[in-house]
Write a protein that binds this ligand. Structure first.
Ligand code: PLP
Length: 243
């Protein structure tokens, strides 16, 4: 066991060094500070030992796209909300019947995309006596297969959250189309940024759009150039997944 995780740590460390160089270069091009770009290591499909190996080389934010997997991992290795020193980010679509698990175990939720889900999370978080930090997910690719709010309905959705006190929207999240050349999705990141910039959150105590969760392994540099504050990287950190 220790041997396997040592090897894994070395691999992760090497990939991470490359990622950090690329993040810095993108920040330099954009005139931004690399301190403003937070890396979430998407550990989905990998065993917990792989996240622990990543922790050993300095990573503290981990993302999962299935409520069951996040719950299982967070039970074994609790996040900040339960007193730990790491954070579990739920980045995938959430069904309402799993809202309770996420409220209990996740530190941040990136896929808030419907009034009914918001209501359920508000209720569950109230019972749990916590405020759940969320990103509202917008369907920036326009693909039917992708989850997220219709861009045109995003501001009205945010307005509707003002009455809640147990969910706090800290930013917008988007997933660009999967393309060969990331330049082809630059406009999708610009769309998300525009929605953020044009929303007046000053009267809405449930919403402070400070952050943009956008950019994955294949397109994070363009996302950073367009203002990403949270990039979600799986393959670039851990190598290829089985699916
Ligand atoms: C899997 C996943 C990622 C990371 O994907 P990579 O291409 O491996 O970097 C990011 N965000 C979400 C929502 C995901 O499901």
């Amino acid at each position: 066991m220790p041997e396997a995780s040592t090897i894994q740590s070395a691999d992760i460390k090497e990939r991470l060094a490359t990622v950090r160089q690329r993040v810095e270069a993108a920040c330099e091009r954009a005139g931004r500070s690399a301190d403003d770009v937070h890396l979430i290591a998407i550990s989905k499909t990998f065993p917990l030992a792989v996240s622990k190996a990543a922790y050993d080389v300095g990573l503290k934010d981990f993302g999962e796209n299935r409520a069951g997997d996040l719950t299982e991992k967070a039970k074994a290795w609790p996040g900040e909300h339960l007193g730990g020193d790491i954070r579990w980010h739920m980045v995938g679509h959430l069904q309402r019947n799993k809202a309770k698990d996420i409220v209990e175990h996740a530190d941040v939720f990136h896929a808030l995309d419907s009034p009914r889900l918001a209501k359920e999370l508000e209720k569950r978080a109230g019972r749990e006596g916590r405020v759940l930090r969320c990103f509202a997910q917008v369907n920036i690719s326009g693909e039917d297969s992708k989850y997220g709010l219709n861009p045109e309905k995003t501001h009205a959705f945010l307005d509707s959250l003002a009455k809640f006190s147990h969910i706090h929207v800290v930013g917008l999240m988007g997933m660009a189309s999967f393309v060969e050349d990331p330049e082809d999705v630059r406009h999708q990141f610009q769309l998300l940024r525009g929605l953020r910039d044009r929303y007046d959150d000053s009267q809405n105590t449930s919403v402070d759009l400070d952050f943009l969760s956008m950019g994955m392994s294949n397109d994070f540099e363009v996302a950073i150039e367009e203002g990403a504050t949270h990039i979600r990287l799986g393959t670039a950190i851990f190598g290829p997944r089985d699916y």
